[in-house]
Write a new protein. Sequence first.
Length: 351
Amino acid sequence: MVPKPTVGKENRGVQILEKKGDVVVWGPLRSPDGGQDMTSLPRIICYGDSNTCGYCSEGRNFMPYGKALATELLSMGMPCEVAVCGLCNFTTKDMLSERGSDCVRTSIGPSGRGLKRMLAEDGPVSLVIIMTGTNDMGFKHDLKTIVQHVAQLHSICHDRGVPTVAISPTQGTNRTCRSLRQQLADLISKWAGAATGVLDCLDVEDVLPRPAGKDGASSNPAAAAHWEPDDLHMSASGSSILGQRLAPHVASWLQLSAAASGPVPSSKATAHAAAPLSSAVATPLAQVHRNVGLPDKAAAISVQVSAALPSARPSGGCGFAMANVQRQHRSARAAPFPTRMFAQGQVQLCR
């Protein structure tokens, strides 16, 4: 199911430029006289699971954040093309298994394409934003394995000289989920800070806070409008706001990446750019456009991820207690994940 344009700010100035199956590329409206050259615009791929494709209203609607991202970048004077591929119910391992597929079928929502296939056929690509891991936690994959799979997904891009950004995923808001999700967010941040070719790492719950906060005990009722009642997905308005809030960061990332390869097509974007990246993340940028990313081999990924992450010890049940990377937090005891029917397919969710 491809999202249909509706009236609102998030749709002004952008249109669907391309479709390959259900994978849509959003970009600026073409002028009637063909005056604007679209061939030179940076192309961004937003890749992930149901929160990337914008699952909302129990699957009756889809509002990808990439659509609002394209609109906001245009309003900032940095027009870009934004391709969206979100695979409902997929884990990161599933995405790796389908990396070369021309068409990836899902149990609900838009079909997709393999990331490797998109890079090979739908480029050139300037940046890939990857947000995945929610379903991995739901299926009780251990945290270190999830990070290894995330690293392998990023390495598909790095092997083609394409820089990436990691966005740590969300999960449910009970105490067990909060602790597990925070551990994973910290570990992804730790890995990303040491990985060549990864420009930055953001936590989706920093950009779009939860009503219950990261600890599950905060109170921010105004944020409720941005999240679905199912406690797992962003609402349509939440997805749009996420795209708008990511746009200044994207402008900054594209400028940093372009430093080694050419100018960014905008003079206005600097005023809107996000804060500079940390030196730990920005240091490898000189190597981004060379083929120096993580190799597309599980064994090599495992070695590099293991070196970047702190040692783990089992905490029982569905997770590990990891050393804190960014902040201090308490590790709650793991409890079994309940199983329920979701999105027309049986998956395990932490709620």
